[in-house]
Design a binder for this molecule. Structure first.
Ligand code: KG4
Ligand code: ZN
Length: 334
């Protein structure tokens, strides 16, 4: 099956073409992303109206770019998968309406996909992962642990009680005046820093060992930055110490969850899964437990449309399709 995926839930407009086989083989034929970092940089965060207005401009070019590099036309496709939530509603609507238009004109079946399901299945784009597997989803909007039992069967084991891990990276980068987007900058800066230089708290949620909390560390970094010690500390040391604290707070519940499940494989996915130190720490911790860590390559950790196409593919393979009347849902539940 050849499937076109379309994703526009936040600030990236993305399109991809993937090829799937019944046996579970997946081949990404093309994956294109129109990034908006330049546009949001001066505001230090995603401005929803600007995001959706830019999607209006870039969505069709990015779709044609994906089709062209995949070497196929609409006629060759078997279906269209599009993100319908959760996300910024104005952003979602652009991709969704574009997908509907193409589906209507071509007669192709349309499948609306949950963005989180896309992240959960992204590890399967490049790796053969036996189910069930444990998945840590860490992005700008979500931080949660799931057992992926089968396509369409996801059991949440724990989640953040406040901020997402990516939000903590972005907010800390902002208050350290490092620039935007924060996560990647902290990752790069931290490579030159001393992880033990600044002592930061590791939050645990009382009575819920598989849940996360990241609002405390953000506040701790804010008051450290404002202190005398903060002024005397090199930014790379603070970045490394912060990143290590976040990694600790992600690794502990993940390993606790792995011990509770029969899964041999731990997958980490979502934008923060691009973090080099987190990947290193999780790989070490997984190996110590006799489990395998699977992480998508960086382009499939951050928002992309290949994962959306894959999430739509199993429903298309069953012959399912959604009505053209489906709506975008900012808080779509998995
Ligand atoms: O999955 P994603 O692209 O979009 C959402 O669905 O949220 O994730 C974006 C998040 C941002 O918070 C960004 O700062 C973070 O992922 N991020 C990183 C890295 N690359 C992206 N965080 C830490 N280290 C990175 N290398
Ligand atoms: Zn995402």
């Amino acid at each position: 099956m050849l499937i076109l995926g379309i994703e526009s839930s936040c600030d990236d407009a993305a399109a991809a073409v993937i090829e799937t086989e019944r046996a579970g083989e997946v081949r990404v034929r093309a994956s294109a992303v129109a990034n908006q970092d330049e546009i949001h940089r001066r505001y230090g965060g995603v401005v929803p109206e600007l995001a959706s207005r830019n999607h209006v401009v870039t969505i069709l070019p990015v779709i044609w770019q994906a089709l062209e590099s995949a070497g196929c036309g609409l006629r060759d496709l078997d279906g269209i998968a599009v993100t319908r939530g959760p996300g910024l509603v104005g952003s979602l609507l652009v991709g969704l309406m574009c997908a509907k238009g193409i589906a209507q004109a071509s007669g192709l079946p349309l499948i609306g996909v949950n963005h989180i399901e896309g992240h959960l299945l992204a590890p399967l784009l490049e790796h053969r992962v036996p189910m069930p597997f444990l998945a840590l989803v860490v992005s700008g909007g979500h931080t949660a642990l799931f057992v992926v039992e089968d396509f369409g069967h996801y059991r949440m084991l724990g989640q953040t009680r406040d901020d997402a891990a990516g939000e903590a990276f972005d907010k800390v980068a902002k208050l350290m005046r490092l620039g935007y987007p924060g996560g990647r900058i902290i990752d790069q800066l931290a490579r030159r820093g001393n992880r033990k230089r600044v002592r930061l708290p590791r939050a645990r949620v009382k009575g819920a060992p598989l849940d996360f909390s990241f609002s405390g560390i953000k506040t701790a970094v804010a008051s450290f930055v404002a202190s005398e010690a903060g002024a005397a500390t090199a930014p790379e040391d603070l970045a490394a110490s912060f990143q290590e604290a976040v990694a600790d707070m992600l690794v502990r519940p993940t390993i606790a969850a792995a011990r509770e499940t029969a899964a041999d494989t731990i997958a980490v996915t979502g934008g923060v899964a691009a973090n080099s130190r987190l990947r290193e720490r999780l790989a070490e911790a997984a190996a110590a437990e006799g489990r395998r860590l699977v992480a998508p390559s960086i382009n499939f950790c951050t928002d992309n449309a290949a994962m959306i196409a894959l999430a739509g593919s199993y429903r298309l393979m069953r012959g399912e399709r959604d009505p053209l009347a489906i709506d975008a849902e900012a808080n779509l539940a998995l």
